[in-house]
Design a protein around this ligand. Structure first.
Ligand SMILES: C[S@@+](CC[C@H](N)C(=O)[O-])C[C@H]1O[C@@H](n2cnc3c(N)ncnc32)[C@H](O)[C@@H]1O
Length: 307
């Protein structure tokens, strides 16, 4: 899907690009290589990922700028860091949602049900509540709702019941403890293709990092960061995320801010899924910023100024 994504971004020499989910820098590097005089601002809320990737992209010199921020506050972080040219400045912005393999492979981040680690799950480890803390605090009902809403987990009630029962004796602090508890709560693997704890881990990660809230907020702002004719490409891996992207882009299109470049999401082919299992549920949507939207913004600003 990388090629499709780059095609939608319609890279131009000298363009300014915004990678709101820098991660390991795979997309950022391709953009900087294919548009030789372009510059790119790379955002990630995970400070250690950002530092490692910034070091790898250091060879691009001033063409690359790293910004530590949750993507929905990238504008504020840019202003605080003195990064010039943010609002209305970008020819392209991209969001590649979820976590990177760097994060998944680091057992101590607590994101993998296959590796023993503390149940942290925060992408930015300097703020917020860990998954272990969340599991110790929420009610059985809240937990079941969360697992169903963010993980599409149909056995959410059984899992929530088992967790609440277990924490009466001892808190769940480790990833493998949680994976084991979920497996027992749902009655083993039953020949399922995915591990029974997959959905529980995904749901907890999304809750701990407020991923749905962050996505709604960034989608409400990103048009104002793009120049007229600027492109937006969003790659999601979860039906709940794709629904939000679809609704938000449709609303922005109805308001004249965006032209939709994808009516239906682009999905990976069988060959790609075979080579990269993470691509299994990937959906790509893209849009083009309309100049008319910019006029709409000006009108709104004037109205605000006029009280
Ligand atoms: C799937 S990875 C991106 C991989 C990247 N496109 C590449 O080619 O290597 C998602 C990245 O987005 C970051 N991320 C997730 N939610 C974020 C948020 N709300 N704000 C900023 N970064 C976020 C994660 O820390 C992770 O590094």
């Amino acid at each position: 899907m990388v090629e499709e994504l780059l095609r939608f971004l319609d890279l131009r020499p000298g363009g300014r690009y915004l990678d709101l989910t820098l991660g390991g820098g795979g997309h950022a590097r391709k953009i900087l290589e294919r548009a030789p005089t372009a510059s790119l601002v790379g955002v990630d809320r995970d400070a250690s990922t950002l530092a490692a990737t910034a070091a790898e992209l250091a060879g691009f010199g001033e063409r690359f700028t790293a910004l530590h921020a949750p993507y929905d506050r990238a504008d504020e972080a840019a202003a605080a860091a003195g990064v010039a040219g943010f609002d209305g400045a970008f020819q392209g912005a991209l969001l590649d949602l979820g976590i990177s393999s760097l994060q998944l492979d680091d057992a101590e981040r607590g994101l993998s049900f296959e590796r023993d680690g503390s149940l942290d799950m925060r992408m930015d480890r300097s703020v917020g509540e860990t998954a272990a803390e969340l599991l110790g605090r929420v009610s059985e009902r809240e937990l079941a709702d969360l697992l169903f809403r963010f993980g599409d987990e149909t056995r959410s009630r059984a899992i929530a019941r088992a967790l609440v029962e277990r924490r009466r004796h001892a808190p769940v602090r480790r990833t493998l403890e949680l994976a084991d508890l979920v497996e027992r709560a749902v009655g083993g693997r039953r020949g399922s293709r995915i591990h029974p704890a997959t959905r529980t881990f995904q749901a907890l990660r999304m809750a701990v990092n407020d991923e749905i809230g962050g996505l709604e907020r960034v989608l409400a702002k990103v048009a104002s960061w793009l120049a007229p004719d600027g492109r937006l490409a969003v790659l999601s891996f979860h039906s709940g995320e794709d629904r939000i992207v679809k609704r938000s882009l449709r609303a922005a299109a109805a308001a004249g801010e965006f032209e939709l470049l994808t009516r239906k999401p682009i999905e990976p082919g069988a060959v790609e899924v075979e080579a990269n299992p993470r691509a299994r549920s990937a959906k790509l949507r893209a849009a083009r910023r309309l100049a008319a939207g910019a006029v709409g913004d000006e009108r709104r600003d004037q109205r605000r100024d006029n009280g």
